[in-house]
Design a protein around this ligand. Structure first.
Ligand SMILES: Nc1ncnc2c1ncn2[C@@H]1O[C@H](COP(=O)(O)OP(=O)(O)OP(=O)(O)O)[C@@H](O)[C@H]1O
Ligand SMILES: Cc1ncsc1CCO
Length: 339
């Protein structure tokens, strides 16, 4: 939960009203295959070129492909996470037993490793699954719940980072701590705002993962086509969402599973992990906004969220997404800080 929601001081782009002319199996952004020789200090807009269309197309592809998502997650949110994936159109499997987790990660379309309640067996399974995913090329999402403030999971998260997560997703305090910049939040809740975690996110992204920082305005960071130490990094902000996501359990944890589902689809359709993280955030937060319109509070909201994850269509995403691609001065300063 975000206890210091950051002001929305960036103007979202107008939602795209143009349907994409790209066939849905084609990537809507072309990741460069040429590494740039001169890392830029400017945040680039090379990826995330048409975020609304990319998110919409990926939602259509997810529904068509029903990705198999392996979930290694905490005991609190297991049920809501499975329900969120099913409502969205994915196929969840909570496979977190040592001896099974690695083999499953080789055949799953995507994997989530969430460190919320990392008991000994699950720690072994998490390492086994992450290693297998890395070896097999299965995209996987690391959600470092409460890292920084609690020692066992902090050590585990550092080991997991060496298995090259495809996406790192967390609240601002978790992202800061994982990058070595902070002591973590208050239990599982953040005490920092996403914008304060931007330099940390850029540094983590330079290691190869797309990084998603959740909050009132979600930040997505891709290291960009330049690669290396923040060369050509891309920053995108998602302005949709609802504060009731922070008043039900699993608001962030289930989003990590949605990212794993989209990452599996992105891999099979030529999109980037950052596009997958973006699509997941846009789809999930749009469903949340719609759910909140008729809900009475966090309880009915949690149920309505499932209804709207099921109901949301690619055309809704294309029309209603509120995303801004970051080229603001603050992003340039953050790139400088991160270097
Ligand atoms: N103040 C807010 N206003 C609107 N939406 C928010 C706010 N804070 C977070 N969100 C949304 O809530 C979702 C979860 O983000 P949050 O930062 O609460 O995750 P988390 O702390 O990792 O959650 P969890 O409780 O599952 O560990 C995201 O989709 C984000 O967009
Ligand atoms: C409440 C809680 N405690 C450990 S994990 C979890 C779920 C939200 O992160």
């Amino acid at each position: 939960m975000s206890v210091h929601p950051h002001g929305d001081d960036t103007a979202p782009t107008e939602p795209s009203t143009e349907p994409s002319t790209e066939p849905s199996t084609e990537p809507s952004t072309e990741p460069s295959t040429e590494p740039s020789t001169e890392p830029s200090t400017e945040p680039s807009t090379a990826t995330f070129r048409d975020p609304a269309a990319t998110a919409a197309d990926l939602l259509g592809d997810l529904r068509a492909r029903e990705p198999l998502v392996q979930v290694v997650t905490n005991a609190v949110v297991t049920n809501v996470t499975a329900n969120v994936l099913l409502a969205l159109g994915a196929s969840p499997a909570m496979c977190d037993v040592p001896g099974e987790a690695g083999g499953f990660a080789r055949v799953a379309d995507g994997l989530l490793v969430n460190l919320g309640t990392p008991h000994a067996e699950q720690r072994t399974a998490a390492l086994e699954a992450a290693q297998a995913a890395d070896e097999a090329g299965t995209p996987w999402v690391l959600d470092p719940v409460a890292v920084g403030s609690l020692p066992v999971r902090t050590e585990l998260a550092r080991r997991l980072l060496t298995r090259r997560p495809t996406v790192v997703r967390g609240n601002a305090s978790e992202v800061l701590a994982l990058a070595g910049d902070g002591a973590g939040g208050r239990g599982v809740d953040t005490t920092d705002a996403p914008e304060d975690a931007l330099p940390a996110a850029l540094r983590l992204a330079a290691g190869g993962a797309a990084v998603a920082v959740s909050g009132a305005v979600d930040l997505l960071v891709d290291r960009g086509p330049g690669g290396g130490a923040t060369g050509g990094a891309c920053v995108v902000r998602v302005h949709t969402g609802h504060r009731w996501l922070t008043r039900m359990t699993g608001g962030g944890c289930a989003l990590g599973a949605v990212m794993a589902a989209f990452a599996g689809v992105a891999r099979r359709t030529g999109r980037t992990p950052a596009d997958a993280a973006l699509a997941a955030t846009v789809v999930y937060t749009l469903a949340a906004e719609r759910a909140a319109e008729r809900a009475d509070g966090p309880g009915s909201f949690a149920v309505a969220l499932l209804d709207h994850l099921d109901r949301l269509q690619p055309a809704d995403v294309r029309r209603d997404a509120r995303v801004s691609v970051g080229t603001e001065d603050a992003d340039r300063r953050a790139v400088e800080v991160a270097r």
